[in-house]
Design a protein around this ligand. Structure first.
Ligand SMILES: *[C@@H]1O[C@H](CO)[C@@H](O)[C@H](O)[C@H]1NC(C)=O
Ligand SMILES: *[C@@H]1O[C@H](CO)[C@@H](O)[C@H](O)[C@H]1NC(C)=O
Ligand SMILES: *[C@@H]1O[C@H](CO)[C@@H](O)[C@H](O)[C@H]1NC(C)=O
Length: 216
């Protein structure tokens, strides 16, 4: 009797572990980037962010979405490196290829960047993923990329912190239609002409599915 209940308890634990590792990270905050290519507005890329998995990375990214000073925000920043079937790299504040502003400058002054978050390093680079660009370990700042394909060779080296949830056609456009020249730089500028955090208050931070599993 005793043994049976211990066994069934272990089995429970096993099941809930499996459920955790199988589940996709939860999107909490949402944001948007309005993309212009040359003279044409191409539309919004809507992104979903993994606040609980990568809290510092998401806090930094949200601040970049909201700041109306182009030296500290994504407003008017460019995507200066687009490689078809691979990714588009964003976050070139004021069109600067060396831009490395972030909100943790006090703790991690220039040119260091802020540390990688383990939860984000553990996530896979699937298609349409948001991940931090870096210059080696623990050098995160304002630059990030959106994948056009699964890029599994990047897993563990870059902090995945979100995914595209709408505006896939804008991402597909960047992949298929943007002509680039030396250094994979778009011939006609690809620019973020508006951006921000989308407020939605009704979502509560409860994970009902996991709680139910624990009770079984
Ligand atoms: C992009 O999304 C924002 C926020 O939802 C909205 O205000 C804006 O009109 C959208 N822009 C385009 C070009 O769809
Ligand atoms: C963004 O660029 C536009 C066009 O050059 C300019 O009018 C606007 O002031 C800029 N916005 C910011 C926040 O720098
Ligand atoms: C953002 O900055 C631009 C340029 O500096 C300015 O024209 C605009 O009024 C500002 N918008 C807000 C909401 O502060």
């Amino acid at each position: 009797m005793q043994l049976l209940s211990v066994l069934s308890c272990i089995y429970c634990l096993f099941i809930s572990c499996m459920a955790v590792s199988d589940s996709k990270p939860k999107v909490e905050t949402k944001g948007f980037l309005t993309i212009k290519h040359g003279d044409d507005i191409k539309g919004n890329i809507t992104v979903g962010l993994y606040d609980a998995v990568t809290p510092n990375t998401v806090a930094n990214f949200k601040a970049l979405l909201k700041n109306n000073d182009s030296s500290m925000g994504l407003i008017n920043s460019t995507s200066n490196r687009i490689i078809a079937n691979f990714m588009a790299q964003f976050g070139f504040l004021n069109n600067d290829r060396a831009a490395n502003y972030h909100i943790f400058q006090d703790q991690y002054p220039d040119p260091q960047g802020f540390p990688d978050e383990k939860g984000g390093l553990a996530l896979n680079h699937n298609k349409y993923q948001l991940s931090m660009a870096n210059r080696g370990k623990n050098t995160n700042s304002c630059q990030f990329f959106i994948t056009f394909q699964e890029t599994s060779w990047l897993d563990g080296g870059y902090v995945v912190f979100g995914e595209v949830i709408d505006g896939f056609e804008v991402v597909d456009y960047l992949n298929a239609e943007v002509k680039t020249s030396r250094g994979d730089k778009p011939v006609k500028e690809v620019k973020v002409v508006a951006c921000g955090v989308i407020q939605n208050s009704q979502e509560e931070n409860t994970d009902a599915t996991l709680e139910q599993l624990d009770e079984l």
